[in-house]
Ligand binder design. Structure first.
Ligand SMILES: Cc1ncc(COP(=O)(O)O)c(C=O)c1O
Length: 388
């Protein structure tokens, strides 16, 4: 049985641990910020990497059939999505793929829509490419987020060329259902808008929720591109591995042409090795991980129920990132987060994901039960001082 224990990550150039240590100047904190997990990747993946290194040669590699098969089989097995192998464009990172797709499929100053609050790198992916950023804020109603398709349609009507879809959604934790996605597709089709569906969290689905990949609709809509990755699923984000799935030949060829221009290749040999092992042998580990995340989610909910009943923990449908409404404190999220640091706990301010994240914090549950409990205890001490 996998134990999902947090590893000591200081001294490993960890963006989350060492990055924060550089800012704070000490190690006396627990971070629940950057979206990777603090426990080990699956043993099956580590074994494959060890075996690959034992071989000794670290020479050039290529994307072989086994790689494409592993991706294809994973999508069938986990998402019931059937794709052709030649629809896959291996990429180093989701963000790289997204940025290239923006450059390839839209023109300078074209308007691109994001649905805030959303992963904080979506906005720069648009603006770094000199495109115009448009926001289609999600509706927060009845304690849940839904898309505002009327507002989105207004953007499309005015000529927006692309939507960056976050599915499942980081940070609000929604797993968009089939109907929501179909409605979105209908709208995009009506206005001839590209949808770039970032499905990096698509394997991290909780309880009874069912993930619908946009991959199901690739044959129905030419202007649809899906990006997947094993990085969050198996905690191998440091290796850099992603895959663009594009069914439409012209779209795919255009993206490949830009990959070539940039001499961008897919995952390197270690990333390929890890991804293949994860997709071929990592299923049981992933299922166990999701039980662990569900348990951490319960611990978090219990904590807030007992210690801060006016807080509202959003339902976590997908991802391991919990979105917590602390607006009843009437303190800016950034200030809350800064003050929490003095109590040895680092969470992400909701405003990192857009101004509409004000009042919220994001807590990463991809850690051991003990780490989470200790972090929550520290948050509890901080809240005692807010009350006094
Ligand atoms: C929705 C989303 N997309 C992309 C990324 C980053 O992916 P990559 O490291 O492959 O660029 C993240 C990381 O948190 C994410 O949450």
């Amino acid at each position: 049985m996998t134990r999902f224990e947090s590893l000591r990550r200081f001294g490993t150039a960890s963006a989350k641990w060492d990055g924060m240590k550089m800012k704070l100047g000490h190690e006396d904190f627990l971070p629940f910020s950057v979206a990777d997990s603090d426990y080990s990747a699956p043993e099956e993946v580590l074994d494959a990497l060890r075996e690959r290194l034992e071989h000794g040669s670290l020479g050039y590699t290529m994307i072989d059939d086994a790689y494409l098969d592993a991706v294809r089989r994973w999508l069938i097995k986990r998402w019931r999505v059937e794709i052709e192998k030649d629809w896959i464009i291996p990429a180093p990172k989701v963000l790289t793929a997204m940025s290239v797709a923006i450059e390839t499929l839209t023109r300078q100053d074209d308007a691109i829509v994001i649905q805030t609050p959303v992963y904080n790198k979506f906005a720069p992916a648009v603006t770094y490419n000199q495109r115009t950023l448009l926001k289609n804020p999600l509706h927060y109603e009845g304690g849940r987020y839904v898309m505002d398709l009327d507002d989105l349609e207004a953007h499309f009507r005015k000529g927006a060329r692309m939507l960056l879809l976050c599915s499942p959604h980081n940070p609000v934790g929604r797993v968009w259902n089939r109907q929501e996605l179909k409605d979105l597709l209908d709208l995009a089709r009506r206005y001839d808008v590209y949808i770039l569906s970032d499905e990096i969290h698509g394997d991290l689905i909780l309880d009874n929720h069912t993930f619908t990949s946009m991959g199901h609709f690739l044959n129905d809509y030419e202007k649809l591109v899906v990006v997947t990755a094993p990085s969050k699923t198996f905690n191998i984000a440091g290796l850099h591995a992603a895959n663009v799935i594009a069914a439409h030949e012209e779209t795919r060829k255009a993206i490949i042409k830009d990959f070539k221009r940039l001499f961008l290749s897919g995952p390197n040999l270690l990333a390929q090795t890890a991804m293949k092992a994860a997709y071929e042998k990592g299923e049981a580990w992933l299922d166990a991980q999701m039980e662990h995340i569900e348990n951490n989610d319960r611990i978090l909910r219990e904590f807030f129920k007992e210690n801060d009943p006016k807080a509202y923990v959003l339902p976590l449908e997908g991802t391991y990132l919990s979105w917590v409404d602390l607006s009843h404190w009437n303190i800016e999220s950034r200030t809350l987060v800064e003050k929490m640091k003095a109590y040895g706990v680092v969470v992400a301010s909701g405003t990192l994901y857009g101004a509409d994240g004000e009042g919220f914090i994001r807590i990463n549950l991809g850690c051991s039960k003990e780490q989470l409990e200790e972090g929550l205890w520290r948050i509890g001490r901080f809240m005692d001082t807010l009350r006094s």
